[in-house]
Design a protein. Structure first.
Length: 322
């Protein structure tokens, strides 16, 4: 039975029957519906925020596992980078030193490919920073391994050519000097024999009678046989691998430009030409255009004791002969 509702009419002081229009009924129903929907939405938000569903719990577990895996990958890559650093150090300071090759610059080893949009597909995720740092570290290590692999290829090629290179590097004295008595003046600042001033002497002077044989100190190609006011008659040999040698103040040269020569082959004879105060040979060793101390390159001629004695003789501050 439908309930009848009354209301108290204050004007006539009587209870009268309440008649609700259809429009009001509709609005009341809509209000109830809206209230239920809003309440349900609020409850759903609260539950979603503070109460995890089984599916959400599973996703959180998977996300936690993924983060752990990324962290383990980063740790492994850090260990790989450390091992790679040891390989790079041995490469630069041992292998390349043995073959007299320049170390690979850090700018080349540390460089890696990047770009603003290269990893754009990894952006806008909740863990984008973690993923990007991992991918960038992997890319950097990949580039380092590539550079190191190329370096080993180069070292292997140098090892294959080691015999040829050892034959080319200057390694003997340019004149017969078994008793070491012919070394007159060494590399460094010396007294100029003409001007009597302190000047840099860029080679070593060996005294010997005029006409004494002069030997090529390594395999190579004669690139110059000239005469100048200061060097007199001289010969210059290119040995490859950045090495060149110069033999000055000759009495006579027998090597000709373009001629291939072997270590120990006679290329001329001791003289007293050019700016010279007595018969002697002025000998220089150049590496990549830089004049080096020739005393470093007599290891095929001298034993340990003789080398020590040669070092002592070459270091004395005396007067040069040219």
């Amino acid at each position: 039975m439908k309930k009848v509702k009354y209301y108290y009419n204050t004007q006539n002081l009587r209870y009268e029957k309440l008649n609700i229009s259809t429009g009001n009924k509709v609005w009341r129903v809509m209000g109830y519906v809206v209230a239920v929907v809003v309440t349900g939405f609020v409850i759903a938000l609260v539950l979603d925020e503070y109460v995890d569903s089984p599916a959400k719990k599973q996703l959180k577990r998977e996300l936690s596992m993924m983060q752990l895996q990324y962290e383990l990958i980063n740790q492994k890559m850090g260990q790989m980078d450390q091992v790679l650093g040891d390989l790079q150090e041995r490469d630069d300071n041992i292998y390349r030193v043995i073959f007299e090759a320049d170390p690979i610059p850090n700018s080349v080893r540390e460089g890696y490919y990047g770009g603003v949009n290269r990893y754009k597909d990894l952006e806008n995720y909740s863990n984008s920073e973690l993923m990007l740092s991992t991918v960038l570290q992997m890319e950097k290590i990949r580039k380092k391994f590539y550079i190191q692999s190329k370096s080993y290829d180069e070292v292997l090629e140098m090892a294959r050519n080691k015999e040829e290179m050892l034959a080319a590097i200057p390694a003997i004295q340019p004149i017969s000097n078994k008793d070491l008595k012919r070394m007159a003046s060494g590399y460094g600042y010396r007294i100029d024999p003409v001007y009597k001033t302190r000047a840099f002497h860029s080679g070593m002077d060996f005294t010997a009678p005029r006409g004494t044989e002069i030997y090529a100190t390594g395999d190579g190609v004669v690139i110059a046989t000239k005469r100048s006011r200061t060097l007199g008659i001289y010969v210059k040999v290119d040995h490859g691998y950045g090495y060149q040698t110069l033999y000055a103040h000759m009495n006579k040269k027998i090597a000709k430009p373009g001629t291939k020569i072997r270590r120990g082959e006679v290329i001329g004879y001791v003289g007293n030409t050019g700016k010279s105060v007595g018969p002697h040979l002025h000998y220089e060793v150049h590496k990549d255009g830089i004049k080096l101390n020739p005393v470093r390159y007599f290891y095929n001629d001298l034993n340990a004791e003789e080398y020590e004695e040669m070092l002592d003789l070459a270091s004395r501050q005396n007067q040069s002969l040219d």
